[in-house]
Design a binder for this molecule. Structure first.
Ligand code: PMP
Ligand code: GLN
Length: 389
């Protein structure tokens, strides 16, 4: 049979490739972003209870009301914006489905979508499936004097034209670990004010923000909330990446369109998980304590790496940090990550994989991404190996 691939450049994701390589070589996997520990026993008990209580059939298409209410309450309490649970909150199959449904709902063939590089791997193929054209704006990579990646909002503004349908942002940022600050929200507000652009805000790491800072959700500013789709994931917040439950919050006119795609992509999301999450969410403590929990792990990995020839970069949020390996090797990032996994027994992700042209020189900065969502023993065992590299 003859056919033309709709995604000719897409292969298996780097996360799967590196996890498989790590498993094959019995390496400690600090690559793909997932915790190597269980969610709270209370949350697990709630799932079993929900199943035994009979929550085993199709829940409502947009998500069970109880969970949408809890999400709405949390958004209001954390960021000050009220999303109507009936018309503005939709429970999705992970953040992935929320992202795909949003892009499918609004991007038409020929529309441009501005994406900031490095970027999470889902965005570009989703834009291309919708027939859109990605317009990539690169961040400033770290330098000696500024070890953090930086967004140039002037460049983002310049990329927005009359053909632009959407701007996609992701903060706290995977893979760089940078956060938004008040001044970034000011810059974004100006862009939205001048252009009326729709912003897709991937905030899956909203509850993992370090050093006493607060997450700058787009829901904090009325002018931004009115033009944005804000997406999150219970996978990151409750150590349940395998459950694939997330949500998106958007003004009702936008949510109506997103739900049209959602109802035909998955229709709805696992009912016992939704019931359990709704009960568990009533207590804000688990998500309010998450930053502190992960900051200890960030600091453990940073301290350990500082004793090796890797140079850890600062991480302001997410469960990732980058490390510079220029004292160890001149190899491009993908080759170095492979070698580290196969020969030294620690799996990582090359940062260049988050670039449009992963093999290009300008995408390779001798950086790899470590995931520290791991038990302390896992981190310590990896550090023992890294000390010998
Ligand atoms: N966006 C970003 C930036 C992510 O890191 C992830 C996690 N893999 C996702 C979206 C997808 O989240 P989920 O697993 O809930 O689909
Ligand atoms: N978001 C995860 C990461 O960045 C991976 C998710 C996936 O494997 N698709 O590692």
């Amino acid at each position: 049979m003859k056919f033309e691939s709709k995604l000719p450049k897409v292969g298996t994701t780097i996360f799967t490739v590196m996890s498989q390589l790590a498993a094959e070589h019995k390496a400690i996997n600090l690559g793909q972003g997932f915790p190597d520990f269980n969610p709270s026993a209370d949350l697990l008990d709630q799932v079993v209870k929900a199943m035994k209580d009979g929550h085993n059939q199709y829940p409502p298409m947009a998500g069970i009301p109880l969970l949408r209410n809890e999400i709405s309450t949390k958004m209001k309490a954390m960021y000050g914006h009220y999303y109507d649970p009936d018309t503005e909150v939709t429970v999705t199959s992970g953040a992935s489905e929320a992202l795909m449904a949003s892009i499918m709902a609004f991007v038409k063939p020929g529309d441009e979508v501005v994406v900031i590089e490095p970027f999470y791997d889902l965005y570009i193929p989703a834009i291309e499936l919708a027939g859109g054209l990605p317009v990539i704006v690169s961040m400033q990579p770290p330098t000696e004097s500024n070890p953090l990646y930086q967004v140039d909002w002037q460049k983002v503004r310049a990329a927005v034209t009359t053909k632009t349908r959407m701007l996609i942002i992701n903060f706290p940022h995977n893979p760089t670990g940078i956060n938004l600050h008040e001044s970034d929200l000011d810059a974004l507000e100006l862009i939205v004010d001048e252009t009326g652009i729709l912003v897709l805000s991937d905030e899956v790491y909203e509850h993992i923000v370090f050093d006493g800072k607060q997450h700058q959700s787009l829901a904090r500013r009325e002018a931004l909330a009115a033009n944005s789709i804000v997406i999150s994931s219970f996978g990151k917040t409750y150590h349940t990446t395998g459950w694939k439950v997330g949500y998106c919050c958007a003004p009702s006119a936008l949510s109506i369109e997103i739900r049209k795609v959602h109802q035909f992509m998955v229709f709805t999301v696992s009912s016992p998980m939704q019931v359990a999450l709704a009960h568990y969410m009533k207590d804000p403590a688990p998500y309010l304590e998450l930053s502190r929990f992960y900051q200890q792990k960030r600091d453990r990995l940073t301290r350990g790496l500082a004793k090796t020839r890797f140079k850890p970069m600062p991480s302001q949020g997410t469960f990732f940090l980058l490390a510079d390996y220029s004292q160890i090797s001149n190899l491009p990032e993908a080759e170095f990550a492979r070698k580290l996994t196969v020969q030294h027994g620690v799996g990582v992700i090359p940062v260049a994989a988050f670039y449009g042209r992963p093999n290009a020189d300008e995408s390779n900065h001798q950086l790899v991404r470590f995931c520290f969502a791991k038990q302390d023993e896992t981190l310590d065992a990896a550090l023992d190996k890294l000390a010998m590299v």
